[in-house]
Design a protein around this ligand. Structure first.
Ligand SMILES: [Zn+2]
Length: 429
């Protein structure tokens, strides 16, 4: 007597399980099953193993033949600025061609102006279009920050949108009121920090997390501590944009606060790296930003952005992995510094610019990324009991997904055992 299940994906040439949050050398220890199958019932994975075993054990309503194909967990993208208006492609041309311009924060203020004047339905429709693209490229859980409103009405509007999008991608909203100082508060940071904190009770109705940009061009570690502790008292988790354009103590603060993640880290101090390596805070690195910012880091000199060469990124990334920190990769999808929402692009950039191995990269976009959103108990791994979310690729081997670049290698995506992408296109239902 065979057990009934909803879906049986069979005959996968390779299947990556990605079980267990990874640190240090463990990041590279990848389990690859061959000629493998996976059974899903009631939205959850019930079994993973040899195809010959599972075929004799289960009767499936839907059987999917994955011969000649790779099967992996779907992606968790734990850092995006999904909901905003406007495109800053002209700004990027100036940056790429070396024309001095007014600051990374100035660019964010341009996006704030466009976002404040955008109608809610326009923002919502644009977010859905981008979620479709993310899903078609293999992402099924995605964090979405506010931070392009920076006033009471718009911040809450962005969080309301992020928390109510009807889509197969699970969206996890984050309140980023402390992104930069909005134009009306440039000379009164304390008043703005007070406003950010005043909004916490309402923001916490929509947002799972609170985020602060702790950086020389944004908020201090003391600002970050005040805001984050207040957020925690409202039941919110904490994550931080930390040490992107200069060391500001954000990474160490994240470890101190028990933050779910600290993100960027390009200018992390040695002392903060020690704290991070010993903590359970996930270190999210963002190679899409390194790629798009032409491997340079913006620094402000007399109000004008100067682009300095970044530190040697492969050795920087290796130091973070060797510290023992839980390393994850994310897109940082945003209109200025990283306008891609494809985790495949991020994987290629991680290999090319950070010299991470294929095995390290796969763990960093699946189980470790899920841990950054406190969801590694149900997402990011192919193991019994987890959500039935996975990708069936158009190629047979996991290295090919990272080696090939510039086009989408997804064939099918399943969410809760339902086929939501087929032939790399979202299925309508
Ligand atoms: Zn960001």
């Amino acid at each position: 007597m065979r057990d009934p299940v909803d879906v049986l994906v069979m005959n996968a040439t390779e299947l990556l399980t990605c079980v267990g949050v990874r640190r240090g050398p463990g990041l590279a220890d990848l389990e690859v099953l061959r000629n493998a199958a996976i059974a899903i019932a009631d939205g959850k994975i019930v079994d993973v193993g040899a195809s010959t075993d599972l075929e004799t054990r289960y009767d499936a309503a839907l059987r999917i033949d994955a011969s000649g194909r790779l099967v992996t967990p779907s992606f968790v993208d734990a850092h995006t600025h999904l909901v905003h208006a406007g495109s800053r492609h002209d700004e990027w041309e100036q940056r790429a061609t070396g024309i001095p311009r007014h600051g990374i924060d100035g660019g964010i203020r341009w996006s704030i102006a466009r976002t404040r004047e955008a109608h809610e339905e326009v923002l919502r429709a644009q977010a859905i279009i981008n979620l479709d693209i993310a899903l078609e490229h293999g992402t099924t859980v995605l964090e979405a920050k506010s931070g392009y409103g920076l006033d009471r009405e718009t911040e809450l509007r962005l969080l309301r949108i992020a928390s109510s999008l009807q889509h197969p991608v699970k969206v996890v909203p984050t309140y980023l009121g402390a992104h930069v100082l909005p134009p009306e508060y440039v000379d009164d940071k304390d008043a703005y920090v007070t406003l950010v904190m005043d909004l916490l009770p309402e923001a916490s109705r929509y947002a799972r997390y609170c985020d602060v940009w702790v950086d020389p061009v944004a908020f201090t570690a003391d600002d970050g501590r005040r805001i984050s502790r207040a957020a925690q008292s409202h039941g919110m988790g904490v994550r931080l944009h930390a040490d992107q354009t200069g060391p500001a103590g954000g990474s160490g603060l994240g470890a101190e606060l028990g933050a779910s993640s600290v993100d960027h880290l390009e200018c992390i101090s040695d002392a903060d790296l020690c704290l991070l390596g010993d903590s359970n805070t996930v270190a999210i690195v963002l190679p899409g930003v390194t790629f798009h910012m032409t491997e340079q880091v913006p620094r402000m000199v007399d109000g004008i952005e100067q682009l300095a060469e970044r530190p040697h990124m492969p050795s920087w990334c290796r130091r973070i992995i060797n510290s023992g920190a839980i390393v994850a990769l994310a897109t940082d999808y945003n209109p200025g510094t990283c306008p891609t929402i494809s985790m495949q692009m991020v994987m290629q950039a991680a290999a090319r610019l950070y010299r991470m191995s294929y095995a390290e990269i796969w763990h960093a976009v699946t189980v470790n990324a899920a841990q950054a959103l406190d969801r590694s108990h149900r997402n990011g791994s192919l193991v019994a009991g987890h959500d039935g979310d996975l990708i069936i690729w158009s190629v047979p081997e996991h290295g090919m997904v990272i080696n090939r670049f510039g086009y989408n290698l997804v064939d099918q995506v399943l969410v809760g055992g339902q086929v939501v992408v087929a032939g790399a296109r979202r299925v309508t239902w």
